[in-house]
Design a protein around this ligand. Sequence first.
Ligand SMILES: Cc1cc2nc3c(=O)[nH]c(=O)nc-3n(C[C@H](O)[C@H](O)[C@H](O)COP(=O)(O)OP(=O)(O)OC[C@H]3O[C@@H](n4cnc5c(N)ncnc54)[C@H](O)[C@@H]3O)c2cc1C
Length: 519
Amino acid sequence: MNREASIKELREQSEIVWDVLVIGGGATGLGVALDSASRGYKTLLLEQSDFAKGTSSRSTKLVHGGVRYMAQGDLLLVMEALHERGLMLKNAPHLTSDQEFVITVYSLWEAIMYTIGLKFYDLMAGRLSMGKSYFISRNNTLGRLPQLIPEGLKGGVVYHDGQFDDSRMALALAQSCVEEGGLVLNYFKVTGLLKNDNGQISGVIANEATSGEEFSIKANLVINATGVFADDIARMDNPRSKPTIKPSHGVHIVLDKSFLHSSSAIMIPKTDDGRVLFAIPWYDEVVVGTTDTPLDAISLEPIALEKEINFILHTAEKYLVKPPHRKDILCIFAGLRPLAANPDNPASTKEVSRRHKITLSPSGLLTIIGGKWTTYRRMAEETIDKAIKSGFLEKRKCVTSTLKLTTLMINNSSSRLIIYGEGLYEIEKIISENPELGNPIDARLPYSGAEIVWICRNEMPFSIEDVMARRTRALFLNARVSSEVAPEVARLMAKELGLDVKWQEEQVTLYNKLISNYL
Ligand SMILES: Cc1cc2nc3c(=O)[nH]c(=O)nc-3n(C[C@H](O)[C@H](O)[C@H](O)COP(=O)(O)OP(=O)(O)OC[C@H]3O[C@@H](n4cnc5c(N)ncnc54)[C@H](O)[C@@H]3O)c2cc1C
């Protein structure tokens, strides 16, 4: 992935008509672009900000069927997601892992209900099951979760789901799309749609962020995969189009691993206000969340509400021996669920389906909204199939169910650098040529200078934030420490990308301003 070369290619091919042009570089758009490119269609993806800047870097990081949706009776969604969970673990083993969860139970009725329910969850996964679920005694539960408050505890139910690094997965999809012949560009905002004499969409107008240069790009099919922003694109097509998205805010906090002190995750199935709360080990810390607050305003940089943070802290304090306080929080992150609105009950998000929705406008804008990270592949397959059925593309078979996002050769590596796929070898080479770059950028973060250098050469970062938030997860793991190392990251980036001291200073100022949103 090379931004300058890609922009040059776009400029040189200005007369080309793309088969598929995808707007939006989150899980949905990148999944669609990869599906399209791997079927051999000429594919371009444009992202207004950075890949996964929106919701796709702010998830709970679970590759899951959704125990909660099973409780709500949405069995088809759970079954589909469990199947996709299995495929994601097979096709991206370097970014996904098996995570053991323990549901805490406080009565015989809960013990029976969750044991049976989770047996059913296993069965629904079929041959892609991740391991059996079973009831464990009170002592066994406390052995696995030594930080759990023992009062009233009757035992636990163990089950397995997948866990992943969401923004690194997004980058792996972008990289794979390029490997399959597609072109992906970040910091390219679509500002309008082109239409032919028949009123049919024939391409887009897009602006490149650094120069403001405007591009008119022709395409046979334009796909709107912009998550919570999908209605903005729909209004470019038809200014009178009705809202289809009901956004919902979800907040997580990150705490030091000592608060959980376990490799097992806790799942609290019913908090005081009827929600689910997870405390999950992630890298070397613990992610706790989430909330579900209906919102009207949408933003690329949503900020957690104080009441959401307090809700998480107060709930965690009821279950954890060491109660977390505001000052213990390493990072707070908020994301917006792009839920498909229920036209009969527009105010609610609880009853709004978590399923995705694909629609085709009379002028040919294909829109995909809703869904989950876990089901991105299936959503993409259905979107391209719909385009074929609607006559936009010639028929070709989907190949992503077995498409590996990295080569099998590196699957056995236990190196932490495996998150960069085959980049692992190049990073090792950078370190062997310049051993100083092998040192961590800070003892409290797991990243080395060599990783920053490799990222600059291969993953199109544009700002310190791109490196800290999505290519590494430094911002999410420890916002304050990430701010302390910002000048050093800026220096490494400037050296690689040929930028001056002024750029470094501006970037550090911008980054320090940004991190207040995460504290
Ligand atoms: C709190 C929370 C927790 C979640 N946890 C999980 C989980 O554990 N597991 C799971 O499977 N799912 C989870 N999800 C769901 C999952 O994260 C989302 O379904 C998924 O990330 C949505 O991806 P998307 O691509 O549709 O949207 P986004 O990631 O928001 O991407 C849309 C992109 O479109 C771009 N865009 C908008 N307008 C334009 C334009 N004009 N031009 C160019 N680009 C544009 C935006 O910049 C953005 O990057 C969670 C969601 C939330 C909110």
